[in-house]
Write a new protein. Structure first.
Length: 295
C-alpha cells in the first residue's frame, strides 16, 4: 500500500482498460463477489505481484463486461487483500470458471511457480494463509423504494442496480471504480426485525447521500447464498477528508443524530430504535484503499 498523500491514490478504475462510462462497478452491477485472503508474511511481495497479474489478465479478457478490482485494508489486518468482482448476473460467473479451466493464459498464471522456499518452487497457494480465502455474494437490496427518479435501461442486470437507491445524479455518484476510499460495512440484522433493520439502513444511507453529494455515496446490499439477513453497505469516499467528515457528522448534524433516536420498531412490537434491529457486536467496518498497480 502507498504512503503517499491521499491525492496521489488512484481509484480502482486504473486497474482496468475499460473506460469509466462502460465499466461494471458497485453501482451498476447485479451480482458482486467480495473476496479476500491473507498473504503470508514472507510472501507479501510475491502475493501482490501474482494477484495484480491475475486481475490485469481478467480485466482485459471478455467476460461479458465483468470487472475485477483489488484493494488493501487501510486500517485492519496487514497484508490482507480484498477484491470486488462485478457481474451482470450469476450466470456470468460460469464464464470465469470456463476461463480458469480452459484458457491457456490463465492456466499458465495459476500453475506458474511464484514462490521459492526450502522445498524449491511453489505455486500461488503457498503465498496464502490456509483457510483465509473467503467469498461473500452481495446483491443490491431490492424490493425497496427507488430514490433515483432517472429512467434507465438496466440491461441484463440480475436485479435493480444499486445506483437507483441514490438520489444523487448518476454521473456524480461515487462507486468501487471511482472512489479513493471504500468502507465495506457488514451488519447482522435480527431476524424478528429484518424489515425494520432495512428501513434504518436505507434511512441512514439516504441521509448520507444527501449530505455528502459529490463527496460520498452509500449503497445497500444483502448477502445471497450466505447468512440470511446479513446486510452489506459499500460506502465510497472521494477523499480521506470526506471519510473523516462522516465520522464526525453527529457532532453538528441534528437530523443525523435524530436517526439514531427514531423509533424504527413499532409500539405493537415493543418499540425501539435501530439498536434493537441489529445484533449486538454485529456491525463491522473494513476500510479499503485501491491497490496501486505499477504505472
Amino acid at each position: 500500500m502507498t504512503d503517499s498523500p491521499a491525492r496521489a491514490i488512484r481509484p480502482a478504475l486504473h486497474q482496468t482498460p475499460v473506460s469509466a462510462d462502460k465499466v461494471l462497478h458497485s453501482g451498476n452491477a447485479g451480482f458482486i463477489i467480495a473476496r479476500s485472503c491473507q498473504l503470508k508474511n514472507r510472501y507479501v511481495a510475491e502475493g501482490r505481484k501474482f494477484f495484480s497479474d491475475v486481475i490485469g489478465y481478467m480485466n482485459q479478457s471478455d467476460l461479458n463486461g465483468a470487472s475485477f478490482f483489488c484493494y488493501e485494508e487501510l486500517a485492519g489486518t496487514r497484508h490482507k487483500l480484498h477484491w470486488l468482482i462485478h457481474w451482470n448476473n450469476p450466470n456470468d460467473y460460469a464464464i470465469s470458471l470456463e476461463m480458469v479451466d480452459h484458457d491457456k493464459g490463465m492456466i499458465d498464471l495459476l500453475e506458474s511457480d511464484r514462490v521459492k522456499d526450502d522445498d524449491g518452487m511453489g505455486a500461488w497457494g503457498r503465498m496464502v494463509v490456509d483457510g483465509t480465502m473467503r467469498e461473500d455474494i452481495l446483491v443490491p437490496q431490492h424490493g425497496a423504494h427507488h430514490e433515483s427518479e432517472e429512467e434507465a435501461d438496466y440491461g441484463d442486470c440480475w436485479v435493480d442496480p444499486a445506483w437507483v437507491q441514490c438520489a444523487q445524479p448518476r454521473e456524480e455518484q461515487l462507486n468501487s471504480a471511482t472512489a479513493q476510499l471504500v468502507v465495506h460495512r457488514v451488519g447482522e440484522a435480527r431476524h424478528e426485525f429484518r424489515k425494520e433493520a432495512r428501513y434504518f439502513a436505507f434511512a441512514w444511507q439516504n441521509h448520507i447521500n444527501k449530505v455528502f453529494a459529490g463527496r460520498a455515496t452509500a449503497y445497500l446490499y444483502e448477502e445471497t447464498f450466505g447468512v440470511m439477513d446479513r446486510l452489506h453497505w459499500l460506502i465510497h469516499f472521494r477523499s480521506f477528508e470526506d471519510y473523516h467528515a462522516l465520522q464526525t457528522l453527529a457532532d453538528h448534524d441534528e437530523e443525523y443524530r435524530a436517526l439514531f433516536e427514531r423509533p424504527f420498531v413499532p409500539r405493537h412490537r415493543g418499540g425501539g430504535t435501530w439498536a434493537r434491529t441489529f445484533s449486538d457486536g454485529g456491525l463491522h467496518d473494513t476500510l479499503l484503499v485501491p491497490y496501486q498497480l505499477s504505472a
